[in-house]
Design a binder for this molecule. Structure first.
Ligand code: CU
Length: 138
């Protein structure tokens, strides 16, 4: 009797080991296609600049500054300012060229502007004119 039960438990243990190996096998098969998918996505995004699809570039408005202060985008791209400071701010274009750039005053939130014509657009915060930024559209 003790011998039989030992054999039985050995078989059970072996059974679990096989199941474990099968699961491990499934796991590695699952990860292989997802690794391929990741590679595909990477090559798609690498090809994106060549397609010249409109992009969205984010400027953080925090800590009393625009960051990055200077950005370069392509004509047709959209710039989104994300306001997340302790005090309110706005985005206001400087000069005739940037007249259309005129956001409300935000405590928190986002405001977007699509740049259609190449050029250099300077802007400031209407509440803190020392806060300045530049968008260069190529
Ligand atoms: Cu401000």
């Amino acid at each position: 009797m003790p011998f039989d039960s030992r054999v039985k438990s050995f078989r059970i243990a072996t059974g679990f080991a096989v199941v474990g190996m099968l699961l491990a096998g499934c796991g590695s098969e699952d990860s292989a296609p997802s690794a391929t998918t990741t590679t595909g996505a990477a090559s798609t995004s690498a090809a994106a600049p060549a397609d010249s699809k409109p992009a969205t570039v984010t400027v953080d408005v925090d800590d009393m500054k625009f960051s990055p202060e200077t950005i370069t985008v392509k004509a047709g791209d959209t710039v989104t300012w994300k306001f997340d400071d302790k005090v309110p701010h706005s985005v206001q274009g400087i000069g005739d060229k940037a007249m259309g750039i005129n956001s409300p005053i935000f405590d928190r939130g986002e405001w977007s502007y699509t740049f259609t014509a190449p050029g250099t657009y300077r802007y400031l915060c209407s509440l803190h004119p020392e806060m300045r930024g530049t968008v260069t559209v190529s």
